[in-house]
Write a protein that binds this ligand. Structure first.
Ligand code: C5P
Length: 414
């Protein structure tokens, strides 16, 4: 939910700013969903060119795309008067080619190197990374020819996005539905990150959300963390090419494509999951609001109401500090959510927990902290002056953190 101060005044993130993406659309009943994909790519800051097959333009006319994107939109090889070499031009200047939806026929043409329309010719002409999101009837998708063609594309380094199981045009339920537009765009961001991102080849483990410590089977001690900061960190790491694992207490938002998510509830479950997944990571980013104390004992049955004189007393015990006990060659990033003495408390935690970076935020200040889309933080690293960032969207805060992590990893490698 938005609505917190700062949500309207802070610029929305543009993770694809400066990128040029060719969206290839083919003749599938799902072609209309390419409108939303185009719009989302454009909103994410990309310059979007749209290359349609002649069949695609029957489902989703070029005219509509022209109203959605700022780049070239064409469905015809023969009337590109302004540029007779459009297929070469589109491919050459593209940072990525995304074909969504991709029909069985287009997948076959891509596998065989046939270029007889604008999307397939662009695929031959480009040296940019390619993602393909198949959409077709489930029987067609399962056909050995389609599967073999997809294998060929994968072996060539093409990213295959989906398809999903769901209701198909035939009315039947099966595997063949185009992935959700948010996921297709998430996959495109991952594709670009793996191609040239500062964290490609790295593995980042992120924790997110507030833990819940059981009082009895129905009640818990919790906090107001929404998990948003952690999700934004996972996205930003993914967008820089890292393999990302997220251990979190909340359901991930749509578009977190490519991130492995493990759901946990309590501090102890999070501790176990982090310990199990720590092996071989390059960075641990503890954005989760982990309970510092939990009920010493959780009642096995729901505690009954027994009147004012018999109000239960909760005895708390300390949890284990997950980030403090995690040691290894990886970069450790922690968070300090404070309501007073922000920098002094953050600096204490930085050294007590052996962190390489701490992200300090005053959760009482406007537009910051739990539940909001935005955050105003100060970054503290050992031996460095604190760096206060302006009020930013949480994704942009995450980008600043991940840029620091990438710089630390690079400095260590030197
Ligand atoms: O000590 P405090 O809870 O304020 O520290 C916050 C930082 O420590 C966060 O990065 C949080 O994820 C981490 N933490 C932890 N294990 C705990 C408590 C906090 O890793 N049990």
């Amino acid at each position: 939910m938005s609505g917190a101060p700062g949500d309207d005044t802070v610029a929305p993130p543009r993770p694809l700013a400066g990128r040029r993406i060719v969206l290839g659309v083919t003749g599938s009943i799902a072609a209309y969903r390419a409108f939303e994909i185009a719009r989302r790519l454009q909103e994410a800051g990309a310059t979007v060119d749209v290359a349609l097959t002649p069949n695609a333009s029957r489902f989703a006319p070029a005219f509509t795309f022209r109203n959605l994107v700022g780049g070239v939109v064409s469905d015809d090889l023969w009337t590109t008067a302004e540029d007779p070499e459009l297929h070469v031009a589109l491919g050459r200047r593209a940072d990525a080619l995304l074909i969504a939806p991709a029909s069985a026929t287009t997948i076959a043409k891509l596998a065989q190197g046939i270029g007889d329309n604008l999307p397939t010719l662009t695929a031959l002409a480009t040296r940019a990374p390619v993602a393909v999101a198949p959409a077709m009837d489930s029987a067609m998708f399962a056909h050995p020819a389609v599967q073999a063609n997809l294998e060929t594309l994968k072996a060539r380094g093409v990213m295959i996005v989906g398809p999903e199981r769901g209701r198909l045009a035939s009315g039947q339920v099966g595997l063949g539905r185009l992935s959700e537009p948010a996921d297709v765009v998430g996959a495109t961001r991952a594709l670009l990150g793996r191609h040239d991102g500062a964290l490609r080849g790295r593995h980042v483990l992120v924790t997110a959300g507030g833990t819940r410590e059981a009082i009895d089977p129905v009640r818990y001690v919790g906090n107001r963390s929404s998990g948003r900061m952690g999700f934004a960190l996972a996205e930003a790491a993914r967008d820089r090419g890292a393999a990302v694992t997220l251990v979190g207490t909340q359901a991930p938002p749509p578009g977190l494509y490519g991130v492995i998510v493990e759901r946990v509830e309590s501090a102890e479950e999070m501790r176990t999951a982090v310990a199990r997944r720590r092996e071989g990571i390059d960075a641990l980013i503890m954005a989760a609001a982990v309970a510092d104390y939990r009920p010493a004992e959780a009642a096995a049955e729901k505690i009954k109401k027994a009147g004012a004189d018999a109000a239960p007393v909760l005895t708390l015990e300390q949890t284990t500090d997950i980030v403090a006990e995690a040691s290894g060659r990886f970069i450790k990033v922690g968070f300090a959510a404070e309501t007073e003495d922000l920098l002094a408390n953050a600096a204490k935690k930085l050294s007590a927990k052996g962190l390489d970076l701490i992200v300090a935020n005053d959760v009482r200040s406007e537009g910051s902290g739990f539940g909001s889309e935005t955050n105003q933080v100060t970054l503290l690293a050992p031996g460095e002056e604190p760096a206060a960032l302006p009020l930013l969207h949480k994704y942009d805060v995450a980008c600043a953190v991940l840029d620091r992590v990438a710089a630390c990893l690079e400095a260590r490698a030197r």
